[in-house]
Design a protein around this ligand. Sequence first.
Ligand SMILES: *Cc1c(COP(=O)(O)O)cnc(C)c1O
Length: 396
Amino acid sequence: MNEKEIMALADKNIMQTYKRFPIVIAKGLGQKVWDAGGKEYLDFVAGIAVCNLGHSHPGVIAAVAEQLEKLTHVSNLYYTEPQTQLANLLVENSFADKVFFCNSGAEANEAAIKLARKYAHENLSGKKFELITMKDSFHGRTMATITATGQEKFQFGFTPLLEGFTYVPFNDVSALEAAISEKTCGIMVEPIQGEGGVNIPDAQYLTKVRQICDRHGILLIIDEVQTGIGRTGKLFAYEHSQIKPDIMTLAKALGNGFPVGAMLATDKIARSFSPGNHASTFGGNPLAMAAANAAVEIILQENILDNCRNVGDYFLSQLKKLQQKHKIIKEVRGKGLMLAAVLSIEAGDIVNKCLQKGLLINSTGGKILRFVPPLIITNQDVNSAIHILDEAMEGK
Ligand SMILES: *Cc1c(COP(=O)(O)O)cnc(C)c1O
């Protein structure tokens, strides 16, 4: 099939839940991808903060290939070594004592919501079931997670939503405090809001949220589906503050492109799940585990996190320079390699111009350009991207 045929046949047969760019991506290596016609693109989307080690990372390929020849799937009726290894790796490198494996971010958050409710049912008077989440948050597309998501555009047309959720503005400690009631069992929050537009809270925000949770004896659930696995320059974004959550969810970059999710918790909380309470056929699948073991080990062992911080700082400084030149850039912000430029115009036109010029970026919330490149990019890649952005903004 040629590119036109692939796109036409896709549109005929695949449900129209995505608005796609009119290119067919056929190959990826490192921070670059190529379309079916052979055109090269610098990829500053990375599968939406997924391919943190870049495309076709040899370490991940080798781990998956080796596992593929041994064992693909057996279910959770049995033990497997790759699942044991990944659980150990995540526990040793986080606040958590226990892990539940699943296949996506939404599923990880579903598991977190269920665990919080079960824990509250058993330990918090039985009358506490409500979760407070944030406006402009994003937690996934299942019924429970669109309910948790504090954005009406994701909920519209799907009512009735789940009971037991209430919303407060992000980065507003007094609104959060005021929203606590005798029904509240926990607070669910992204350390940096991703889909909401790379919204970075005050440095003390998470610490204050933790204090509120402690004062009221309720759970702190952090959604690190996008911020986790090195994106902000630490393995987990909560490490930038001095706090520990009670529950954390992961997905996106965990398998560097292999679909995998995880929900982590302390022993005290995790004890509320007993056999039969929750499950996933594919969760902890050996292939996914092999990919994730390799991805996490490489991020921890090579100087990926340093590179993320250094190149991220450089990228932010270059975006600030660009802002001085183009008045359509109202604000730039970022942590590590999770960055955004807030525009005064719709971002779609800039995104399309960049695509034509060989740079993949994406927009969120209409007027925000989001940059979540692989963590292996160099200052030269940043220069190339800034050059293309500069051209794309010319005359705006
Ligand atoms: C992407 C994302 C999700 C949903 O993950 P899926 O794998 O698409 O279900 C949940 N939370 C956050 C913060 C995300 O960025």
